[in-house]
Design a protein around this ligand. Structure first.
Ligand SMILES: Cc1cc2nc3c(=O)[nH]c(=O)nc-3n(C[C@H](O)[C@H](O)[C@H](O)COP(=O)(O)OP(=O)(O)OC[C@H]3O[C@@H](n4cnc5c(N)ncnc54)[C@H](O)[C@@H]3O)c2cc1C
Ligand code: SF4
Ligand code: SF4
Length: 1007
């Protein structure tokens, strides 16, 4: 890439980036391949797209249009300019219910479109499993389809017209009602007619999904409509800027029949029989897939529903009906196929089952170790009746090579996502990879099936196209390419090797040019592998974290990221920074890719631990843990980031800011020595400016005030007063208990230990007091941990892992020696008795601050602290502990009736959500008579410990908070807001002037 080329592209006014960060981010998609582009552009309008495409082509560079980059076979990567249509082109307009059509920008995501259409009673039919991030542009270009292909067909069946940009910058509208590109149409019509006999011979009817290459068989049926050629062209002909689409009425009813089998073969046989019932979908999942849900919080309910533990099986068919549901389900049940049948008509339950099916690929690739199920023959399809023989054929290919595979997918369409388990780092397995690919291509040809019926040809299948299409059809495709893109600018080398007009990168020498052209023009299944396959990652540091919950290694977890793009969705808790910005570098995938790039010395300066690229990726990660449960492969960016930072600090020393931010507890202790003076000082403008200049704490942020009386001091007094009151009571006099309330059953439930975190102790003692009031009202005897130190969360977040481990070791040891602060400030050891805190004891340890709780239940184990696991079993979030008790004993506590019913909105802390389903919080709040509680659909609040307080992160913090703020703004009047995280309360107060409460306060006020 020369500066002249760069200038030419920049002059178009389109946002275009050529920095190394961008090049690394866009060098992969969801495939096993990697090609570095020269840069990426983000057009906002068709005019910008036209200018940038024309300029790029003129500069002699190739163009790869791109959506979410979820392609599985290398379709969305290339060595020229990536034109990313997903960043800005997300407008939906011109909804016409009579005509049943809508216009979308190429970057509109399928779920976004369906959410828009739902209130009107419509949907977009084809349902890719990646609906949460796949763009309509990408779906059209790949001619994607999903489970309901039997009723909706493929994406091309739903395209009315397209606005496309050609390599010379022309913007054209194509479709049955558009008289554009007349010459091209005439040429293609002639070519296609001439090839009709060959098509009939090679592609006999009965295949439901797509054929590889351009849609010439569809064009033969509807000759005037060039959208049939563009759909499925994989960005090799033109870029799609917008599309007019057909919409379909939402099904009036739905029902699922689940049939459980003892073997995959039986399920395949049954599929053929079930097709007579005209289902909307028959999906197959097998044991390797559903075993991948084991131990995953988000799939536990589905596992229970399917009774996978108690009634084991090898394979399941999910049969869905849209019309005459009751009747057809009853026929299905009466067939008595397989081991057992389960009928579902409840929407929530059906969604649960679909969520397992939709996460299929990532569940499989999430397995531990270097060998993973690899996508390369994963969307070959045959006619459904051929499935049993086809599966047998595949098994005959795999068995001699000792390979295992999952066979899941769209059985009704004859398409199974078969992914042999291979270690792509091993030469032996790479040989098997090629052998399986070659033999599968021959097998599919034998069945006259489609080698790529869903995911496109991309890099992986290009070399098999001659075998699949034959010379005549391949030549037709080549001519179509020539008609649209004579200079071979768009996504060159995909679908077929190009022998003409190769891209001419003028500044290169002749040899370089030839070499590049050769590489481009001969994509082979085993070229362009991701670098970590061909050159195993070597870590320049010794990782210290255990990655205890899954991979047991830093590299293992990093390599879990397969690029599936699940973290590019706009809902849930992963990934809040991407949701706020739509920028690849702000996604979990982007971050994992950049860590790999750094370790492979692909960042500027070639320092694996320090570079601008790494900073851009890691410094914006909130360590919110959203990815851990929601990434189907459980990529744990919070741990990867902590480890990378730690390695850097170990080598380069811990900077001042990170040192200060690691010591929030010490600052609290100091601040509380003279709280008034400290608060006044911290409130002064001069001090704030100084803080911003020295340690980067934004002067725009409020700072929490230090309490006049520390919580632990109050607690000592409280215990002494309680002891005195108890003594008075024993003497038969009326007790005068502190706080003015009368716990009815004080102590009869035994002791609990309350973790008085830094914020409760030094800044918000009223929350601790509220918790004590609730716990005592429930009949618990409350104790604090004596000599506790900070849990280590602030240090952990800064990558200061040595400090975090030291603090953790101290705290665990304190808990093991059974010393805690109880009545009268004395040790509780005697009164704890069988409930002892020490090893083998069972005294619950309760947390008000979720990020401290997650330290104890997760990160102490990650820090390999001895006995952390024993203690973790006894650590509970305060709310969860109380909710569980009230679920068992609803009468355990009496709450006051409020005269006025008020709503409650709950924003759960992201660390709590990453470990627990937060629905219990609403159930708990609704224990208060007359209250209606809603758990907000939010991710991290954007404050994330100290993150939102940093001057350079302030704006991003606000962007991330917007989702929460929008929901708060829309609350009905008088609604109370509950947020149990300190930083969440801080963020809400700063941005709304409201004062959210901790759940403990809400409960205590109702006593
Ligand atoms: C876990 C997983 C499950 C999947 N399940 C399915 C499934 O059920 N069904 C299915 O069909 N596919 C599936 N896929 C494949 C993929 O998600 C789909 O093909 C999807 O439609 C691609 O959309 P995208 O926005 O990610 O496009 P990208 O991957 O970005 O691009 C896809 C192709 O389209 C081209 N392209 C993108 N945008 C444009 C544009 N504006 N103009 C011209 N060309 C463009 C690209 O050059 C590329 O060739 C799955 C993938 C994964 C990772
Ligand atoms: S981080 Fe997880 S969800 Fe995101 S691309 Fe990687 S594997 Fe997929
Ligand atoms: S920890 Fe949070 S912010 Fe960081 S990558 Fe994961 S989900 Fe995104």
């Amino acid at each position: 890439m020369t500066s002249a080329q760069e200038r030419k592209i920049r002059q178009t006014g389109c946002d275009a980036r050529f920095d190394n960060l961008t090049r690394q981010l866009y060098s992969t998609d969801a495939s096993i391949y990697q090609i570095h582009p020269v840069g990426a552009a983000f057009p906002k309008t068709a005019e910008q797209a036209s200018l940038v495409i024309h300029a790029t082509a003129d500069a002699g560079l190739s163009i790869t249009p791109r959506g979410a980059g979820t392609s599985l076979v290398g379709n969305a990567i290339g060595d020229g300019l990536i034109v990313d249509f997903s960043r800005h082109n997300r407008q939906i307009k011109d909804l016409d219910l009579e005509k049943r059509s809508v216009r979308v920008g190429a970057g509109v995501v399928l779920d976004q479109l369906n959410e828009f259409l739902k209130p009107h009673g419509f949907c977009f039919g084809p349902d890719v499993a990646t609906s949460s991030r796949a763009t309509l542009g990408g779906m059209i270009a790949n001619n994607s389809s999903g489970a309901r292909c039997p009723i909706y067909g493929t994406t091309s069946d739903h395209v009315l017209s397209l606005e496309i940009v050609l390599a010379d910058g022309r913007v054209e509208k194509i479709g049955a009602s558009h008289e554009s590109l007349v010459c091209e149409r005439a040429k293609i019509e002639k070519l296609v007619r001439a090839a009709s006999t060959e098509m009939a011979e090679r592609w006999p009817p009965g295949l439901i999904k797509r054929w590889p290459g351009y849609g010439i068989e569809r064009f033969l049926r509807v000759p005037n409509d060039l959208t049939n050629i563009l759909a499925g062209s994989e960005g090799t002909l033109a870029a799609i800027f917008s599309a007019e689409l057909k919409i379909s009425p939402l099904p009036r009813e739905k029902g699922l029949g689940l049939i459980f089998f003892a073997s995959v073969a039986e399920a395949m046989q049954a599929t053929v029989e079930l097709l007579d019932l005209k289902p909307a979908a028959i999906e197959h999942i097998d044991r390797p897939l559903f075993d991948g849900t084991k131990g995953q919080l988000q799939f536990q309910a589905a596992r229970d529903l399917l009774e996978l533990e108690s009634k084991p099986c090898e394979s399941i068919l999910i049969v869905e009906f849209y019309e005459d549901v009751a009747e057809r389900l009853s026929i299905l049940r009466s067939k008595k196929i397989g081991l057992r049948t389960k009928i579902l008509t409840d929407a929530a339950q059906m969604n649960m089952v679909w969520s397992v099916r939709k996460s299929g690929l990532s569940l499989l690739t999430g397995c531990i170790g270097p060998a993973k199920p690899v996508a390369f023959i994963e969307d070959a399809a045959v006619r459904p009746a051929q499935l049993p023989d086809y599966v047998r054929g595949l098994q005959l290919i795999m068995k001699p090579l000792g390979l295992t595979a999952s066979y899941y997918g769209h059985a009704a369409s004859g398409l199974l996502h078969v992914r042999p388990v291979l270690d792509m780092h091993s030469a032996a397995d790479l040989k098997k990879f090629r052998q399986v690919a070659d033999e599968t291509s021959a097998l599919v040809r034998q069945f006259k099936g489609s080698l790529s019926a869903e995911h496109g040809v991309g890099i992986a299948r290009t070399e098999y196209m001659r075998e699949q299409l034959g010379n005549q059809l391949l030549e037709v495709m080549r001519e179509i390419k020539r008609a649209f893109d004579p200079k071979n600018v768009f996504n060159p080398g995909k679908i077929f090797a190009c022998s003409h007009g190769a891209v001419s990168p003028c500044p290169l020498s002749r040899d370089e040019r030839l070499d590049k052209a050769r590489r481009l023009q001969s994509h082979r299944i085993d070229n362009h592998f991701r670098e970590n396959f061909t050159r195993p990652l070597e870590l320049p540091f010794q990782p210290v974290l255990a990655f205890a919950f899954k991979d047991r290694s830093f590299t293992g977890n990093l390599e879990q990221c397969n690029g599936c793009g699940g973290c590019l969705k706009q809902s849930g808790i992963m990934c809040p920074t991407f949701i706020a910005t739509h920028a690849e570098v702000m996604s979990t995938r982007g971050r994992a890719n950049i860590i790999r790039a750094a370790l492979e010395l692909r960042t500027n300066g070639h320092d694996p631990m320090k570079s601008a690229e790494l900073d851009a990726a890691l410094s914006n990660c909130l360590s919110c843990k959203g990815c851990t449960p929601e990434c189907p492969s459980n990529v744990n960016l919070a741990l990867l980031k902590a480890e990378m930072l730690h390695a850097r600090w170990r080598r380069d020393g811990l900077p001042l800011r990170e040192r200060v931010l690691s010591n929030v507890d010490l600052l609290g202790k100091l601040g509380c020595l003279m709280p008034r003076l400290t608060n006044r000082l911290l409130g002064s403008k001069a001090a704030r400016i100084a803080m911003e200049k020295t340690i980067g704490i934004s002067a725009r942020r409020s700072l929490p005030h230090y309490a006049r009386e520390r919580f632990d001091k109050w607690f000592s007094k409280h215990c002494r007063a309680s002891a005195a009151a108890d003594a008075t009571n024993k003497e038969g006099r009326s007790p005068d208990r502190p706080g003015g309330y009368k716990p009815p059953l004080l102590g009869n439930r035994g002791p609990v230990v309350l973790w008085d975190d830094t914020f409760v102790r030094y800044q918000e003692p009223h929350i601790g007091m509220a918790a004590v009031k609730v716990l005592e009202a429930l009949g618990f005897e409350v104790a604090l941990v004596k000599n506790r130190r900070c849990c280590g969360r602030p240090a952990f977040s800064q990558g200061n892992l040595d400090a975090a481990a030291k603090l953790g070791k101290h705290n665990i040891s304190q808990l093991l020696v059974r010393r805690s602060l109880g009545k009268g400030g004395s040790s509780l050891q005697d009164s704890l008795g069988r409930h002892s805190l020490g090893e083998g004891g069972n005294t619950p340890l309760l947390f008000l601050e979720p990020s401290c709780w997650s330290m104890f239940v997760e990160d102490y184990r990650e820090l390999k602290i001895e006995n952390a696991e024993n203690i973790a079993g006894r650590c509970f979030l305060f709310e969860k502990f109380v909710a569980d008790l009230l679920a068992k004993e609803p009468e355990a506590i009496r709450f006051k009736h409020e005269s006025r019913s008020r709503g409650i909105l709950i924003h759960p802390h992201c660390h709590a959500k990453s470990i627990l389903n937060p629905a219990f919080m609403a159930t708990l709040a609704e224990c208060l008579p007359g209250r209606k509680a809603t758990v907000l659909d939010t991710a991290c609040c954007g404050m994330a410990g100290a993150f939102g307080a940093l001057a350079e992160k302030y704006d991003l913090s606000l962007q991330v908070a917007q989702r929460l703020l929008d929901q708060i703004d829309n609350r009905p009047q008088g609604t109370e807001i509950i947020a149990s995280g300190t930083s969440c309360r801080h963020q809400i107060t700063d941005l709304t002037n409201l004062r959210p409460k901790h759940m403990a306060e809400l409960l205590a006020e109702a006593l």
